[in-house]
Design a protein around this ligand. Structure first.
Ligand SMILES: *Cc1c(COP(=O)(O)O)cnc(C)c1O
Length: 250
């Protein structure tokens, strides 16, 4: 099997999982977008998936994102792609991510909102932003998988919503490690409904990965972020050490 055939099979299987989960939940499968998480995989793999019709790609580090985005933008055979950042962002990299035109899924603190707003103003552009929610670890402990404590989320959403140059698109979260992700995704959905009451345009719910996308779609995810099920396993070292770039924070 060629690399292209392998990716085509994976893409079809993931789309079928999304469709089945949406139908089971009585939702329109077209209302769930697939975000391909290409971290640690080469630009060639992104190009191959783009050739199969995928347009939205995510990375968890700004440097890796900018390298791949630049390499692929220079390739006339690759269509225009939309980039997303799903890992923790240092303030001093806010300008770089804004320059790349990426959607930022991982806004988790007020200082980062201000840094992104300043960059958007300087560069005269609008940045799409999601606030990342910390759903806690298996015992509900915070700080495991990144994101803002749930109590901080409405305030952060207001800060994004009132910043010129930032557009609040919704909320993002990673489920706790181990156990049933459904209760965590339900808490996320309830918080998202609360945020939407004040910010009606913040309609995106970015939740669900290779292992738990069905539970996320059942809870109302509008974006699932899938890496492993599309590209295959990542090299263990880089992933296990720092799966969500949690060490890189300002
Ligand atoms: C790596 C990553 C994903 C994709 O995880 P898989 O289990 O490989 O599908 C999704 N979201 C975030 C925030 C990630 O860092």
């Amino acid at each position: 099997m060629s690399e292209g055939e392998r990716l085509a099979g994976n893409l079809q299987a993931v789309r079928q999982r999304i469709d089945a989960a949406a139908r089971a939940a009585g939702r329109d499968p077209g209302a769930v977008a697939l975000l391909a998480v290409s971290k640690t995989h080469p630009a060639e793999a992104v190009a191959a998936l783009a050739a199969l019709g995928q347009r939205d790609f995510a990375e968890n580090r700004v440097q890796e994102l900018s390298g791949k985005a630049a390499a692929l933008a220079d390739d006339p055979a690759v269509p225009a792609l939309r980039w997303h950042l799903v890992g923790q962002l240092q303030r001093n990299k806010a300008a770089a991510v804004v320059r790349l035109g990426a959607t930022v899924h991982s806004v988790d603190r007020e200082q980062l909102v201000q840094a992104l707003a300043r960059a958007a103003e300087t560069q005269q552009c609008v940045v799409d932003v999601l606030v990342q929610v910390d759903l806690g670890g298996p015992e509900g402990e915070l700080g495991e998988r990144g994101g803002a404590p749930p109590d901080d989320v409405p305030r952060l959403a207001d800060a994004v919503g009132t910043a010129a140059g930032l557009r609040l698109r919704g909320l993002m979260a990673v489920a706790p490690r181990g156990g049933d992700p459904a209760p965590a995704f339900d808490r996320l959905a309830a918080l998202a409904a609360r945020v939407r009451a004040d910010h009606p345009a913040a309609s995106e719910l970015s939740a669900g990965m290779s292992g738990d996308l069905e539970a996320a779609v059942a809870a109302g995810a509008t974006v699932v972020r899938v890496g492993t099920a599309l590209f295959g396993a990542r090299p263990l070292a880089s992933d296990a050490e720092d799966p969500h770039g949690t060490r890189a924070r300002s």
